[in-house]
Design a protein around this ligand. Structure first.
Ligand code: TYD
Length: 208
């Protein structure tokens, strides 16, 4: 399963709660993230998030896709093959929403690129934690973390990212669970558990 949404919506909190619950159910959980998650991925993460100066949009999209290709092939697929549950912070929907929101690239092409990179691996469930960018910004400010390149983007960009995420969710209602991230973390966690339970009972083993 994957967690998606803008920066500051509480993805880390939810993946921690979910990991605790799954572990208490006797499941082996692999928690990972993109960009990053592997050695190669962390090198790519450093370029896409911390490089000073411009990275051409197509190059940026290819870097995220390269990270994804390596991550899926070397970490996610082997874990799923062992029957483990993968909880992943961000996946291809982030590429479509963020690189698409930059307006230079066609969101459909970004998606195709990602699907090629991942050999068409899609998660069973994607939780979209939806929050107005002004509220997310307030949470990030309260955390007092330094901003990376994307977090420092203008609000208008983050509004477009949110719209892209919501459109993606609307186009694949079977995969997405959209939750209002302004609600209490415990309530959100309960809804996520309820959505996952039948899949786990069905012996799917939590693909992606
Ligand atoms: P994230 O790991 O959530 O950052 P943080 O460490 O601050 O929680 O995500 C890093 C940024 O990368 C985020 O702003 C979204 C962006 N991103 C893309 O633009 N495209 C992608 O394909 C992915 C996976 C992330």
């Amino acid at each position: 399963m994957t967690l998606e949404g803008g920066d500051g919506v509480g993805k880390t909190t939810q993946s921690t709660l979910l990991e605790e619950w799954l572990t208490s159910q006797g499941r082996t959980v692999v928690r990972t993230r993109e960009p990053g998650g592997t050695d190669v991925g962390n090198l790519i993460r450093d370029i896409v998030l911390h490089h000073r100066g411009e990275v051409a949009p197509r190059a940026e999209a290819l870097l995220y896709a390269a990270d994804r290709a390596h991550h899926v092939a070397t970490l996610v697929k082997p874990a799923l093959a062992r029957g483990e549950v993968v909880i992943q912070d961000r996946y291809l929907d982030s590429s479509v929403a963020y690189q698409g929101a930059g307006r230079e690239l066609d969101p459909g092409e970004v998606r195709e690129l990602s699907l090629w990179a991942s050999d068409h691996a899609l998660p069973d469930i994607t939780v979209l934690l939806d929050l107005a960018p002004v509220l997310a910004r307030r949470r990030l400010d309260a955390d007092d973390k330094p901003f990376d390149r994307l977090e420092a983007e203008r609000e208008e960009f983050h509004v477009r990212v949110r719209e892209h995420f919501l459109a993606l969710a609307a186009s694949e209602p079977g995969r997405f669970l959209v939750l209002d991230a302004a609600r209490p973390a415990g309530e959100l966690a309960a809804e996520i558990r309820a959505r996952l339970e039948p899949l786990l009972a069905g012996g799917v083993g939590g693909r992606g």
